[in-house]
Design a protein around this ligand. Sequence first.
Ligand SMILES: *Cc1c(COP(=O)(O)O)cnc(C)c1O
Length: 386
Amino acid sequence: MPTYRRLPVTFDRGEGVWLWDKNNKRYFDALSGISVCNLGHSHPAIHQAICQQSKKLLHTSNLYGVAAQEILATKLINKSGMDNVFFCNSGAEANEAAIKIARLYGHQQNISNPCILVMKQSFHGRTMATLSASGNPKIQEGFAPLLEGFIHIPFDDITAIKQALEQNSNIVAIMLEPVQGEGGVHIPATNYLNQVRQICTDNNLLMMLDEIQTGIGRTGKLFAYQHNAIIPDVCTLAKALANGVPIGACLAKGKAATLLTAGKHGSTFGGNPLACHTACAVLDSLSEASIIEQVEAKGSQICSLLSETLKDNNAVLNIRYKGLMIAIDLAMPCAELVGIAQENGLLINVTNEKTIRLLPPLIITSEHIEFLTGILAKLIQAFTKQ
Ligand SMILES: *Cc1c(COP(=O)(O)O)cnc(C)c1O
């Protein structure tokens, strides 16, 4: 079905930050399949993990013990400070688990119509519950009736949270992205997540972080909440967790970790040996090469090179980053730039009409960064001077 407006290119193979199409033309991948291939393409340890596991066992179902799932769960728990985890196969599914946890949490307190505070311009997925939770009318259009139980408020606005709590006594959770990705790379005030954490604690609400895009090192910590030295009650992961093998995870802590009991939720493929063994290799590779520790410096280098070259360009309104989540706001709609860049051998993305978004592989080197910023700055100069 034509659910995507595709660019006229089909890739044949990849290595590190590079992709090649069927005609052997080379492209610099500054998007990583939307923050999925954080270790780049054809990473040897990932390749090896997939081969090893596929030789042994692909699937037995969750009716039995799954060794790789237990190993991955232990790694995630140790690294995140959370208590337990439910495995599924995508981001939307991970958020569905989070939403079910919030509703169980409400009903446990005899709240018959529990509500979740969610943010405008947020993105949580395309299933009925997650598109209802998302703060984007475009993705909801045509799908009414939407799921009830979501209240949308502005992001990065503590007063809006307090007002919503005064007006509604049935709010049981706040669900948000630490940095809004699809909505245009909105980075909140440094203290925002700490204040949300405090409000949740004071009001017995679950703090539910959608780290599907920000997690697995993207922002310079394994989980973006670790910049704030807080721990949420629920945290969802997917995208980069297995570097391209489909997997989702919903981590929970404290009361939130006790609610999904036998019979309350499930998934046939969720937590299968292949995806879990691959995700273990991702986590091991990230820590063995100290990759996440270098993310902040790399993001900073990209932004300072772009800022330097584009400083006299009035059509460039803002350049910002959190680790390797990078945004360049232009004064004009720039969706066309995606196709122009692709023709020039560079893969980028535009969100929110006027925001160029870069999500390069975390393994990007200094030389790669000079190459990437060199072409991109040239393309932006030419585009804005038209
Ligand atoms: C991509 C994304 C999702 C949806 O993940 P899928 O695997 O496409 O279902 C949810 N939330 C955020 C923040 C995302 O970036």
